[in-house]
Design a binder for this molecule. Structure first.
Ligand SMILES: Nc1ncnc2c1ncn2[C@@H]1O[C@H](COP(=O)(O)OP(=O)(O)O)[C@@H](O)[C@H]1O
Ligand SMILES: [Mg+2]
Length: 401
């Protein structure tokens, strides 16, 4: 029979047909840049994943430009999520705001990873912090806040400053208010009126770091080396891989990330954001149940990118090597603050410099539209790499088309 098929159809067609029959159909909730890079990784794993379908509200989203089919709908649209589950063998996400209740109801019909239960723990920062604390994983002191009186009494207990946080739906620091004086309390409560809140002791950290950790459905766990994250206006500006910390701190952070993966039971890649305090303790700030901006360096710095690793983890394949082969700096390209509209995509032609634009047609203020990885293949050292990224970042200009 196989002979007959090969003799009738061209060989390439037969190989593609076989891949199609063997591979799974992957659904991703969210088709932005993370969904795009997951799709690109899936495109290189045709024998495991025959097709990718993303659910995203923006027509022609980045993932659709690299071959993913798209269902155009809101991330929380229950009927669209159900349609995705019907069409796919396995569902994952590039954003954490998917409706975990709807996802739970679909678990019988479709494999979902990370599981909706894991997602539910992570989606609510208070539930997440309680879960970590219960498992003896170090976090800043925190309390639930349900009234003004409670806020005042907890501030009394913690001392100022504290960080008032919305429990759900926050990103880029938008759900945070630093209270440094008691007279800021009314303003802080007014801004977050109607939202569930918590406070945290303000951590005097000397460095923000993260670990990209992965756990496969088989239970295998691997972590990438610790990286250092620098923010501007609460948005990740650059990631320095490896973090400029001493070995004890890096090892401790990686150990904490490993333990988190053990207790969380999720499958996939997780971005674990942490603080290194002035007295060299490592605390977890928050976990993202997905590939993470601070893991983009792995596209060039490591044998296995975080995107391939995520797919390997949810498919139950053996996890890839996480060693950092080249020190690398990842710099985020954001839309300029004073401009919205079509723009000329920049180009860079420099050795060991890898520009990745996300195919977003419009630049919007502070919108992530691409990143660049500067890879140290010739042993320049981190100081020189930082100098070069400074020159490079100043030369990247986003201008109207
Ligand atoms: N307890 C804290 N103490 C000091 N700074 C904090 C604390 N929690 C958060 N931050 C700062 O605020 C930033 C955003 O907070 P985070 O909880 O990660 O919110 P988001 O969900 O917006 O990323 C962090 O990257 C860190 O710089
Ligand atoms: Mg964060």
């Amino acid at each position: 029979m196989a002979f007959l098929i090969v003799s009738i159809f061209p060989k390439l067609f037969v190989i593609e047909l076989l891949f199609f029959l063997m591979g799974k159909i992957l659904g991703i909730i969210g088709g932005g840049q993370l969904g795009m890079m997951l799709t690109e990784a899936a495109n290189t794993m045709k024998s495991e994943i025959s097709n990718v379908i993303v659910l995203d509200p923006t027509k022609n989203c980045p993932a659709s430009k690299v071959g993913a089919e798209q269902i155009v709908a809101d991330f929380k649209d229950a009927s669209a999520i159900k349609e995705l589950a019907k069409k796919c063998d396995i569902i994952t996400y590039e954003i954490e705001s998917g409706d975990s209740q709807v996802l739970k109801s679909l678990e019988e019909t479709c494999e979902i990873n990370p599981s909706p239960e894991t997602l539910e723990i992570i989606q609510d920062k208070l539930v997440q912090k309680r879960f970590l604390a219960k498992n003896d994983i170090p976090v800043a002191e925190f309390r639930e806040i349900t009234s003004k009186d409670e806020l005042e009494s907890k501030i009394n207990e913690f001392g100022l400053p504290v960080l008032l946080k919305t429990r759900t739906g926050a990103y880029d620091g938008r759900g945070n208010f630093k209270i440094s004086a008691l007279d800021q309390i009314p303003e802080a409560l007014q801004i977050f009126k109607g939202q569930s809140l918590m406070i945290e002791k303000f951590v005097d950290f000397k460095m923000e770091v993260s670990v990209i950790a992965s756990r496969s459905t088989s239970g295998e766990i691997r972590t990438y080396p610790l990286v250092e994250n620098m923010h501007k206006d609460n948005i990740l500006n650059m990631t320095i891989a490896p973090a400029r910390t001493d070995d004890t701190i890096s090892k401790n952070a990686e150990k904490i990330a490993h333990k988190t993966m053990e207790v969380l039971h999720g499958a996939g890649v997780f971005g674990i954001e942490m603080f290194v305090t002035d007295d060299n303790h490592v605390l977890i700030n928050e976990i993202a149940p997905r590939v993470h901006n601070s893991g983009h360096h792995t596209l060039q710095s490591s044998t296995t990118s975080q995107f391939e690793q995520h797919l390997r983890a949810i498919l139950g394949l053996e996890l890839g090597d996480t060693k950092l082969i080249y020190p690398t700096i990842m710099y985020n390209i954001l839309g300029p603050k004073n401009f919205t509209g079509k723009y000329k995509p920049p180009s860079i032609d420099l050795e060991n410099t890898f520009l990745k634009m996300y195919g977003k047609l419009e630049s919007k203020p502070q919108r992530k539209i691409g990143h660049v990885n500067l890879v140290d293949k010739s042993g320049l050292g981190m100081a020189k790499l930082l100098e070069n990224i400074d020159i490079l970042s100043n030369s990247i200009k986003i201008v109207p088309e």
